[in-house]
Design a protein around this ligand. Structure first.
Ligand SMILES: [Zn+2]
Length: 274
């Protein structure tokens, strides 16, 4: 009976495991007119062409490798700065985001996801149904003092292997203007996604996650980290809160720490420091 119960518990966990999507997008540069009087930011007269997504790198938690797609993969693709049409790419990205429960990326909450939302709006592509977000840069800033919060620096700091830049502006000129070097760019884009995942995993046990996996499974008996959910955890002391004592737990697999339910429903202490 016990074993069957355990198997059933495992099934529940697997069937409701939140789908975690790691993303990184590459974008075209914006084109505009400006007076050249050194006040770059305030001098912009007009945006002739907005910055647009040209490549999307992604992987699901559980995947071995990242994948990517780019403008070139869609019908009607033509190289050239003023031939960029990102509608089909945006539609496919929307379908991808729609499958995700949690979207993870480096600077993705500030940049990638907002850029994509802007493109959905522009093309009147229906918005995704909604997902939670974990941004490795925001999480890192909150917890760690670092000299830089760029992916490259954070990866080096954390000892996560990463390939170097695809070659700056020239790589962008190659793909945008001449339609060459897509494969080269995709190699680095996919590598950035894999690096972001490794960073995210390495930060477990240090940063507080926003998303709690138990909300998806509705079960208390597993680690709340969406990338872990192990049932191998231990008690780790108690925490005094305003409403009472709570049990502290630590995951033996990933190091995530969390608090359990109130041990006893003590009446709330209405005391604040003056
Ligand atoms: Zn864990």
């Amino acid at each position: 009976v016990k074993e069957r119960d355990i198997a059933r518990q495992k099934d529940v966990l697997e069937s409701r495991r939140p789908k975690v999507l790691y993303v990184d997008i590459e974008t075209s540069y914006a084109v505009g007119t400006f007076w050249g009087s050194r006040m770059w930011k305030t001098d912009i007269l007009d945006v002739i062409q907005e910055s647009m997504p040209i490549m999307v790198g992604y992987m699901w938690e559980g995947d071995k490798k990242a994948r990517s797609f780019c403008l070139k993969d869609f019908k009607g693709y033509k190289p050239g700065l003023f031939n960029i049409d990102d509608k089909a790419l945006a539609e496919r990205t929307r379908d991808l985001l729609n499958e995700a429960d949690v979207v993870v990326g480096q600077n993705s909450q500030s940049f990638d996801v907002r850029m994509l939302m802007a493109r959905f709006w522009h093309h009147r592509i229906p918005a995704p149904d909604g997902f939670d977000q974990e941004d490795t840069k925001i999480r890192a800033k909150k917890t760690f003092y670092l000299a830089s919060y760029k992916l490259k620096h954070m990866a080096k700091f954390a000892g996560v292997k990463q390939k170097t830049d695809p070659g700056g502006i020239r790589a962008w000129d190659d793909v945008i203007k001449h339609g060459t070097g897509w494969e080269n760019m995709s190699k680095y884009c996919r590598n950035d996604v894999e690096t972001t995942r490794e960073l995210f995993l390495s930060m477990r046990g240090y940063v507080k996650s926003k998303v709690i996996a138990n909300l998806f499974t509705r079960k208390p008996y597993h680690c709340p980290n969406v990338t872990c959910m192990a049932r191998d955890y231990q008690k780790a002391g108690r925490r005094a809160t305003k409403t009472g004592w709570k049990q502290k737990f630590v995951c033996m697999v990933c190091g995530t720490r969390w608090l359990g339910a109130l041990e006893k429903d003590d009446s709330k202490l209405n005391i604040t420091m003056a």
